[in-house]
Write a protein that binds this ligand. Sequence first.
Ligand SMILES: Nc1nc2c(ncn2[C@@H]2O[C@H](COP(=O)(O)OP(=O)(O)OP(=O)(O)O)[C@@H](O)[C@H]2O)c(=O)[nH]1
Ligand SMILES: [Zn+2]
Length: 347
Amino acid sequence: MDGRVSHVSDQDSAALTALGWSAFFDDQRGPDEAALLPMRIATVHRARVGAQSVAGPVRLVLPPPASSADLAVGDWVLVDADSRALVRRLDRRTVLRRRTEGGRGPQLIAANVDTLFIVSSCNEDLNIARLERYLVLANEAGTTPVIVLTKVDRVADAAPYRDAVAGLQRGLAVVALNATAPEAVHALAPWCGAGRTVALVGSSGVGKSSLLNTLAAKAPEDAQPTGAIREADAKGRHTTTSRSLHAIAAGGWVIDTPGMRTLHVSDVSTGLDALFAEIAERAPACRFRDCTHAHEPGCAVRAAVADGTLDPARLERWRKLLEENRANTPVLSGPHGNRTMKPRPGR
Ligand SMILES: Nc1nc2c(ncn2[C@@H]2O[C@H](COP(=O)(O)OP(=O)(O)OP(=O)(O)O)[C@@H](O)[C@H]2O)c(=O)[nH]1
Ligand SMILES: [Zn+2]
């Protein structure tokens, strides 16, 4: 690397880089922390945290007040070499989180992820509004979203599915593949490779575990169990139960996440603007600065809908996500306020 970590051998340094280590993390180490070992969190359970070190998997010791609640799969931590005690977590480059039902603060999904593979199947489950939620999640986290359409082998023509998602966001990459076939590795190679980290999200049964097994080239006995799909309603059984970091055979790392039943949005204004760029960039031309693009005169956004250059369905879905974001996001109210707006009753 750059020679700053002088006690680390070149071999270790190369292994750290392959694990995703970079100057961003190296710069966070203080002079008194040179003897601590950088490791990457691989599994998080309430009382048990596993990490990847340059020498292989390690079970960490968490001395109080360290808590697994503060850790996400993909995090970089500094560890005492002798006791294997976690000393501290390093700042994250990116973090995926979601608001949970009942909302005891956001739930950590994964950290330091470069690319979010948003997995959906080429069947009637393909849900545009849901994909847009995942895109907001990816944008807000600072990760690059890629839509991965699975089960191409089950349809005569994947083009209609590609077309349905291609225009969801500018520059959005869309890959259609069979998650159970080895060729999937080549299709996803542009986002994998040494030091790169991807995470898989998507509904239950879309093929996340299958894709993980293909990318990691797992022998059947080590493979993540995959659920047999219930053909009748095209819904998969929920088979993945926890998240973990796995090595990709051709280089890089993949984080599997359990199927998410609900995905609420909150605190996602930049994520929304990136998703709906065609709306965000027209807003400055509206007569009123706080135009809601609903009823105001001189609205450039509704003018674009009227002349056919903006999809009215997109404007509608933008409004829905914006309202949900407002309802779920804590707001400053009054000079001392940091009150939370009540979530609106079930939608
Ligand atoms: N033919 C075909 N079958 C697939 C493909 N992807 C997944 N499957 C099958 O679909 C079923 C569900 O796949 P999983 O990989 O378990 O789905 P998952 O997203 O991990 O589901 P959860 O663990 O519940 O989140 C399994 O029977 C897979 O073999 C694909 O691209 N083509
Ligand atoms: Zn407007």
